[in-house]
Design a protein around this ligand. Structure first.
Ligand code: NAP
Length: 267
């Protein structure tokens, strides 16, 4: 029998974290060895999460966790500040991070990239684990060559902390690689209400909508003479992200550097 991949989940009570617990429990070659929560140090996961019988121990301190548990992979689904510290700590302890937490700065990403390289450890940071969203980004990149005028509208639930979404930023970065740079809109355009034209990324615009009832949705609109093209992806629940988490955990064991974006590991 092949050895199971030993996993720690950070943020297990969160909406994504709960789905990740189910994924790990329902995947034959995955083993949940511990969780890192903000509270409940020393308790068992089953004591704090009624959807599981797991006896995995709860830690509030990640270093404490890695000093006491043998882990191969950390799945982090917390908040930007915490996720960054967790990812650094995991790499320092030789544990490979699969990070769904969004909102890291460019400098933070570079620092994590350097650390992963120095440690020769795989690290996957994916702003979006939904396979359909990855395809939307790839199709957008293709379209940008022929439709250089584009605006991104991302729509999320109103509890999301970062804006624009990591997916929107990643989409813009991929579009930029294929799009002739120019400033969109009228050269004399003025906002009579600040923010009306959205955020400016390399001359294209990103708009962030936050409403209760939404999960994670994005449209990429392309406009050209006499035609528009709209690409849209919707995640209706957080289970939609778990196939990407599973692929990441399986792939990370054979990586020795940081990969930013699931599109780089989907073949
Ligand atoms: P959520 O429901 O608010 O869950 C976040 C969890 O993190 C909460 O349980 C929170 O605990 C916990 N947490 C905060 N600080 C912590 C710490 N220091 N140690 C341990 N746990 C800590 O949010 P969510 O919707 O699950 O999203 C989680 C993250 O995933 C966000 O960054 C979100 O943007 C991202 N996300 C990524 C994808 C993707 O595909 N990559 C998809 C959806 C969401 P408390 O309850 O005590 O505050």
């Amino acid at each position: 029998m092949t050895e199971r991949i030993k996993i720690v989940i950070a943020g297990p009570r969160g909406r994504m974290g709960q789905e990740a617990v189910k994924l790990v429990e329902n995947t034959e070659n995955f083993q949940l060895v511990a969780v890192v929560d903000r509270q409940h140090n020393g308790m068992k996961l089953a004591d704090i999460l009624e959807t599981t019988q797991s006896q995995a121990k709860v830690y509030t301190d990640m270093e404490d966790c890695f000093q006491n548990e043998q882990a191969d992979v950390l799945i982090d689904l917390t908040t930007p500040e915490t996720g960054y510290v967790h990812t650094k700590t995991a790499l320092t302890y030789g544990v490979r991070p699969v990070v769904g937490t969004t909102g890291f700065s460019k400098e933070e990403l570079q620092e994590l990239r350097n650390l992963a390289e120095e440690k020769e450890l795989g690290c996957i940071i994916a702003p979006n684990f939904a396979i359909g969203a990855i395809l939307m980004m790839k199709f957008s990149q293709m379209a940008a060559k022929y439709f250089p005028d584009t605006e991104i509208i991302e729509m999320h639930h109103d509890q999301k902390l970062d804006a624009p979404s990591g997916t929107a930023v990643k989409t813009a970065e991929m579009i930029k690689e294929n799009r002739a740079h120019h400033q969109q809109g009228h050269e004399d355009e003025k906002e009579t209400l600040q923010g009306a034209r959205g955020a400016d990324y390399d001359g294209m615009r990103i708009h962030s909508v936050r409403l209760p009832g939404l999960v994670a949705h994005q449209q990429v609109l392309f406009g050209a003479e006499g035609q528009t093209l709209t690409l849209r992806h919707d995640s209706f629940n957080r289970a939609s992200f778990m196939s990407g988490v599973k692929i990441s955990v399986e792939t990370i064991m054979s990586l020795d550097s940081l990969v930013y974006g699931l599109e780089h590991i989907l073949v």
